[in-house]
Design a protein. Structure first.
Length: 233
């Protein structure tokens, strides 16, 4: 999913860069409503986890590998606007220090993984959460489906960008089939990781999960923190 330098032409890269810059500027203002003394440290931890997760590839099929995007995971844990900032920071560090995604394509990568994957994924999550049972299982089901769909959504958007401004000589049909098939499989891994991490946080601190607020009380979401036993003196 990390687009390298020179894969899209200059006008397309400039357009996605402008979109990414505007979105990040708006997220810097909106994220203030999502962060507090409890959630700010969680945002840092989530960004660090996504950074590490994106550096580890898992096998998909026929010698192809994939890695976590983490957009839905981050949005559900700390909120969509904060997720945009976390994902942008991860992509910036990767591009500058590890050449994972080109610098001239940074705007494109932010648009795909920090904007579109968050918007689509969190939108699906909120839609499903509104109709599913207001329980821990409902939250995890919504998060898993949203995480799965966010991956092919970002992949198909890249195909659209390539159709508009592809700078390499590759047939559009080849690009579309390769991106769609592989990223459907990667979406399954994305969903599994997302459900596992959110489930672990819900089990001990459901109050920290942004996407679980308003879905039910801590008791309904099964706060499984061990009870404190007072020893008589």
């Amino acid at each position: 999913m990390h687009v390298p330098d020179g894969f899209l032409d200059v006008p397309t890269s400039v357009a996605t860069g402008a979109l990414a810059a505007g979105t990040v500027a708006l997220a810097l203002r909106k994220a203030r409503t999502e962060l507090d003394d409890l959630t700010a440290p969680l945002a840092g931890l989530t960004a660090a986890f996504v950074f590490a997760g994106q550096m580890i590839n898992f096998p998909v099929a026929a010698g192809t590998s994939g890695h976590l995007i983490g957009a839905v995971l981050t949005a559900v844990l700390v909120g969509p606007w904060t997720a945009v900032l976390c994902m942008t920071a991860v992509l910036l560090v990767q591009a500058v220090l590890f050449a994972d995604g080109g610098l001239t394509a940074l705007g494109t990568n932010v648009t795909l993984m920090a904007l579109l994957a968050v918007v689509v994924g969190y939108g699906v999550f909120r839609g499903l959460a509104a109709v599913l049972p207001r329980t821990r299982t409902g939250v995890l089901t919504a998060a898993g489906v949203a995480a799965f769909l966010s991956v092919p959504a970002a992949a198909l958007t890249f195909v659209g960008l390539f159709a508009l401004g592809g700078a390499v000589d590759l047939p559009l049909g080849t690009v579309a089939s390769a991106m769609t098939g592989v990223h459907l499989l990667i979406g399954l891994g994305e969903a599994a990781i997302t459900v596992t991490i959110i489930g672990a946080v819900l089990a001990v601190r459901p109050d920290l999960v942004h996407g679980a607020r308003g879905l039910g009380s801590a008791a309904v979401l099964e706060d499984r923190r061990p009870a404190t036993v007072e020893v008589p003196r």
